[in-house]
Structures are given as C-alpha cells and as structure tokens.
Ligand binder design. Structure first.
Ligand code: WT7
Length: 702
C-alpha cells in the first residue's frame, strides 16, 4: 500500500469527496462543481452504434476490446511491439530481460522517473508519415485538403506533393546548419506550411517547438528563451474571420525581447501570406529575415532522412501548469509515433476511404497528434481549416463537411456550444450525410451539448468519441471506440489499450468500484511525455510526487457502475477556457505587472460557451481609483503578457482578498463569489479578516 500523498498530506482535514477537489492547502473545496453531475447519472441515456456501423467497425464489441485490453496490460511489451512492427524501423529496437521493449520507473520513491520505449530502435516519423505511403504506391492520395478563411479559397496536396514540400524545407534548414537535436520555433497560422514545417524538422531530427499564433510577443519570447532556437519560422500575417493579424510584427517584438535577454535568433524564415499581409507591408531586418518563397522552392524535392533513436526528442510543446512559468512538455519519437497512430485508428474507427477533419490548431497538442502525425501515419486525407467555425456564418462547418464529404469530424465542446446557439437551421441546411464518426476534445462535454451534437449534427447516426487526454499524454487515454460499446452523453467511457487509470483518494490510495477522486495512471504508455524541457525535477514533482507510484493527471474523475469514466475538470489551478489551458498564476502575474495593481487572484467560473471563463479579483494600489479605463488596461496587460485568449471575462474590484491568518488566499471563497453562490461560502471564520467577504459581495456588480 501507498504511504500517503506527499504534497497532499496537508489536505488531511478533508473529509468528503466533494471537499477534496483542490490541491491547495488552504482550500477545502476546489475547482468547478466536479462531482455535481450525480443527478444526470440517475437517468443516464445510452446510445448504441447501429448494426451497419458495427459491421465494419475495427472493434465491434466490448468483449473484443476486453480481450485486446487484457493483452495490452498483461504484456505491454508484446502488445506494442506487434503494433510497432507495422512501421518502418531502420534498426530494430533493443530487447532486454527477455522480451522487454520498454522500461519505466514512475515511482519517485524508488529512483529518478524514467520512461523509454523502443530504445535503440532507429526510425523517423516523417518517413513513416509520408515516404512509407509514397513508396507503397499511395503518393497520389490526397494528404491535405486546405480550406482557407474565406469560402472559395482552397488548396490540396497529395502525399507525394507534401513529401516534396517537406523535403525542400528540410534541405533548406539542413543547408543553413540546422542539425539533429537543434530546436526550431514555429509561430504560424493554419497554412499548410505549418504541418510542413513540423514534418521537415522531424525529417532532419530537429526539435520543433510550435507556439500557438495567438500567444503574445512576450509569451513567444519566453518560449524562445527556454529552448533557444536559432531559427524561427513565421508568416507575414493571417486573416482570421474578418480580422487581419500581423504575425511577423509579433515575432519582431519577441525577437527584440529575447535580444535584451542576451539571446539572438539567427534567422527568421517568413512565409509571405500576401492575401493577409503583403511583403511590402512587412517590417524587415536584413541579415536575419528571409522570405520562405525566395529560398525554399530552390531546393531539391528529395531529401535524406535522419534516422533517429526512438528516444530522441521529436518536439517540445509549452503548456500551462499551476505556477507561472510555462512547462516545455517533451515528447520523443518512437513511442509517440506508435501511440498517436494507433489511438487515431481505433478511436475514430479509421478506414482508408475516410475524409477526416480536425478543427484544432497545430499550436496545441491536438494539432500535433491528431491533425498531423496520427492521421498522416495512417495515410489519411486530412482537412485543414484556416478559419473560424462561425465565419462568414454559423453554417460554415457543415458547408465544409459537404464540400469535402467529411466522414470523421473532430472538434471541441466550446465550438459545439457556440454553434448550438445559432440553432438547428444552419446545420439542417446542409446534408452532412457523409459523416460517420464525431469527436470531442478539450474539456468535459456537457450532456446537453453532447445530445445536440449527436442528434442534430450527426442525425442520431454517428457515434461520438469523447477523447480524454492531455498535452502530457501525447495521445488519447480514455475514449470510446465507436461501435464497441454503448455511449453515455458526457462520459469519455473506457481506457485505451495499455492505459491503466486509477482513481485515487486524498491520501494517495487507489479506490475501486464506483467512486470519485483524482485521476491517475498506473503504468507508462508509449505516448507519454518523457520530461519537461530543462527541468526534470519539476516533471517529477508535478506529475509523480503528488500520488506516489502514479502519474497524476490534474483532473477529477468519477467511475460508474459500468466502469465508465466521467471527467469532471481540473482540480489544480489550471483553467480550461474554450479548450485552452491557462494557469491562474500566469494571469495573476500578468495583472500584477500592471503599475497600478497591488494584488490579483484569478479563478475559473462556469461559462455557457467557453466552458470556463476567467474571473479576476484585483486589488489596486493605495489611492488609485477604480475606473472603466483601468479595467480595460488591466485586461490589456493580460493580452500583452499571454495573449487575447487569456483575457479575463470579469474584473472584480477587491479592496481586500480573503486570506487565512498565514496569508494564503482562500480561492474556495472566491470561486463561490465568482459563481454567485453566496449562500455556499462555507466556513469563513478562519479568515484573518472575515469582513472582506461582505465587502467583495457588495462590489460584485461594480
Ligand atoms: C486538459 C488537458 C487533449 C487535447 C486538448 C487539451 C481537459 C481534455 C477532455 C475530455 C474532459 C478533457 C482535461 C485535461 N480535457 N479533453 N474529453 N473530457 N476533459 O489538452 O491543453 O493539455 O489540456 O483538458 O482537464 O487535463 P491540454
């Protein structure tokens, strides 16, 4: 048995499941109403895939799954070796102690946390995603169908053409001295050049670090300073909906900031996206800046593959945690390759003739694993959309579905809820009869949005794969396999092959049967991150120290009588706004950087469209008066430090904040005030000054 919960020992005073959902010592009840959906469980609906669907499904019964699942956890090495054999390996992986192809230690008490899969095997993910298909005679198949921001603007690339584009860029980068292991930063919108850039890096063994093009110059500069790339790839600008964004200006600003910190980026390779921002309207620094179109097309369309070890780094992707500094999640090559390909195939029941559309941006993990690598490794045809779901109108998605005869559509609950608001008509106007499978990702999907997605978008015909996973997990962890078992609206259902979830209580003990608690994972899986860039200690303390012997996800979870998992949201200081992960500490530090802000405390609150919104309590310096102008400039501070997507929805003036006598802010109380649940504030007698609570309530709508 485990000996207690380490950092969670401070939570000893917690005595009910509901009260345990917070990892802050001073908080006795945590984020969102994580276990409040009990009522919905009572009258649980189920949806079973049709016989027609099941007749062609890769996995068509829970029994078939159970047999495979059992093999995957009883002998993971054998299970994954068999799957990995379908990929091309220049050199086969090492086996040790008999048939072991992986080694792991995820128990911080024993030794350093270390995970390896297919070590010694040499491969290349770009080769497996592109060359392998071309060499098998599938070069003429469409790899990417690109749909521009404005209807009527589109493009496409076959596997052969995509490979040629990737090779040209790979040759250019190599020629410019980019070597295996070097980091390359990519700050681009959803042009095909973005996945091309990722694949080109992978081809030469360089480590890509894509930064979502909605991050501010400061956020970009922080990420550049952390991984020190000599190359930054960007675009003159982009049109998103009716807006034009000058991305190169943001990069220029970021590069100046890093220069002040003593680091110089050698080259800024800029793709001229003339339809948004023309070359002549783009500021230029000779010597550093290079137009992509001036150099890349001159390079040969074939390029040697850099064979890398399965455990060589493929990419870094920064994500938010409970503290201020973003974490550089590091993924390696072999396990990630095998895992993203396999999860993609089974969770979407992928068949060769499918047309797959994932609405995610490559700036997030979904765009890495399920827009680029997973689908291309399967030789799929992928729709890439530059725009936004409601431009020019709320029917755009279904217009695109019909245009390309999309069969698998993967999006986020926030998009579903926002489209749902425009009613059924824009959906029903289009046929959508090509659709076969729907997917959801990024946050728990509320049952009413699930129903609308299922009934209206999918005409009660298409199973929904509600995929639970994280930047850190690399790929799906808990997800339906469409056709294999009944779906329940709002549940991600059952674990993927090789994934062993454990629900753990506040003392670090695994609990069984029907229960609620912290979601942990018991053993390593191939797609798991290996470390945090430059900070293995933080990797261990964040993910492996809270519950010893387990990987801790940061999510709350319930398991029902059928063994289905119900994700209930983050239990740490991370909030999930429209599927974008934001650390409250990052927003707070942006706010307190404002010269007139003395202190800030940020919490999440339920938001009809975004899932969660950002609610900021702000204390101003003595003598400063609250004003609308100040409110706007505080919000602007967050836009500059992080990006517009992290702008607070609400600023609540707070002459004082509820603190314990030891000075710790009691966020539990702030969450209740933000949610307007004023009769559920709980015990406030431990506050240093209980009077601040009434004061805050009085100021709620000011
Ligand atoms: C967090 C991870 C995974 C790609 C996109 C987000 C939440 C994600 C689900 C889901 C309930 C979900 C969790 C998780 N989450 N998918 N299907 N049901 N919650 O990746 O930015 O790393 O965020 O998103 O809270 O911890 P991310």
């Amino acid at each position: 048995h485990h000996t207690g919960g380490g950092g969670l020992a401070a939570l000893a005073h917690l005595n009910s499941v509901r009260d345990m959902f917070a990892l802050n010592a001073a908080d006795s009840a945590g984020a969102a109403a994580v276990v409040d959906d009990g009522a919905e469980v009572e009258e649980e609906e189920r949806e079973v895939a049709s016989d027609t669907f099941r007749s062609t499904a890769l996995i068509s019964s829970r029994e078939q799954y159970a047999a495979m699942y059992r093999r995957s956890v009883e002998d993971p090495d054998f299970f994954w070796a068999e799957i990995a054999s379908a990929f091309y390996w220049k050199t086969k992986w090492e086996t040790r102690d008999g048939n072991k192809i992986h080694s792991e230690n995820i128990d911080v008490r024993k030794a350093r946390v270390a995970i390896e899969w297919f070590k010694g095997g040499r491969t290349n993910i770009c080769y497996n995603a592109l060359d392998r298909h071309v060499e098998a005679g599938k070069g003429g198949k469409i790899a990417f169908l690109w749909e521009g921001n404005d209807p009527g603007v589109d493009d496409k690339l076959t596997y052969k053409e995509l490979l040629e584009r990737v090779c040209q860029l790979a040759n250019y980068l190599r020629d410019q001295g980019v070597k295996k292991g070097d980091a390359v930063a990519i700050y681009m919108p959803m042009l095909l050049e973005l996945p091309i850039a990722m694949l080109a890096c992978a081809r030469i063994g360089a480590v890509h670090s894509v930064v979502f093009a909605g991050f501010s110059a400061e956020a970009l500069s922080q990420r550049i300073l952390d991984c020190k790339p000599n190359f930054v790839l960007t675009t003159s600008g982009v049109r998103r909906g009716s807006k034009v964004i000058k991305l190169k200006e943001i990069v220029d600003d970021a590069l100046e900031r890093v220069l002040k910190e003593g680091f110089a980026v050698g080259t800024c390779l800029t793709y001229a996206n003339d339809s948004a921002v023309k070359r002549e309207d783009t500021a230029w620094q000779e010597g550093r800046d290079v137009w992509w179109q001036d150099v890349v097309p001159k390079y040969p369309k074939e390029s040697a593959v850099e064979w890398v070890d399965a455990e060589d780094t493929l990419f870094l992707l920064y994500t938010s945690g409970s503290t201020g500094k973003p974490k550089g999640v590091l993924h390696t090559t072999g396990g990630y390759m095998v895992y993203t390909a396999t999860t993609f195939k089974y969770a979407f029941d992928y068949h060769d003739d499918d047309i797959y559309w994932c609405t995610a941006d490559c700036g997030w993990i979904t765009g890495h694993s399920y827009l680029t690598y997973g689908p291309l490794l399967n030789g799929a045809t992928v729709v890439v959309f530059e725009g936004v779901p409601n431009y020019p109108d709320a029917g755009r998605c279904w217009e695109i579905v019909d245009k390309y005869k999309v069969t698998i559509f993967y999006t986020a609950p926030t998009a579903i809820r926002s489209l749902m608001r425009s009613g059924d008509e824009p959906v029903k106007r289009r046929s959508r009869k090509s659709l076969r499978v729907l997917g959801s990702v990024g946050e728990p999907i509320n049952p009413s949005a699930w129903r609308w997605y299922y009934d209206v978008v999918g005409d009660a015909r298409c199973p929904i794969s509600d995929t639970w996973w994280q930047t850190e997990t690399g790929g799906f962890m808990i997800t339906p396999l469409p056709g294999a078992w009944p779906l329940k609206p709002g549940s991600a259902t059952l674990p993927f092959f090789g994934v062993q979830p454990a629900i753990v209580d506040e003392n670090g003990h695994e609990i069984s049967g029907v229960c609620s608690g912290y979601l942990c994972i018991k053993a390593a899986w191939p797609g798991m991150m290996r470390t945090l860039q430059g900070d293995h200690a933080r990797y261990e303390t964040t993910y492996f120290a809270p519950f010893k012997g387990f990987y801790f996800s940061g999510d709350g979870c319930r398991r029902d009588e059928d063994g289905y998992y119900w994700l209930t949201g983050r239990v740490d200081d991370v909030i999930n706004v429209s599927g974008h992960r934001i650390g409250t500490a990052e927003v707070e530090s942006a706010l307190v950087s404002h010269p007139q802000c003395a202190e800030a405390a940020v919490v999440g609150f339920d938001h009809e469209i975004k899932g969660q919104g950002i609610y900021a309590f702000v204390t101003l310096l003595e003598g400063v008066d609250y004003s609308e102008q100040l409110r706007a400039s505080l919000i602007n501070a967050v836009r500059t430090h992080i990006g517009a997507f992290a702008a607070p929805d609400k600023i609540h003036w707070a002459p004082g904040l509820p603190k314990t006598r030891s000075g710790k802010i009691m966020r539990r109380i702030l969450r209740k005030i933000a949610a307007n649940q004023l009769d559920e504030l709980g015990d406030i007698s431990t506050l240093a000054d209980p009077g601040v609570v009434d004061q805050l309530i009085d100021l709620r709508d000011k």
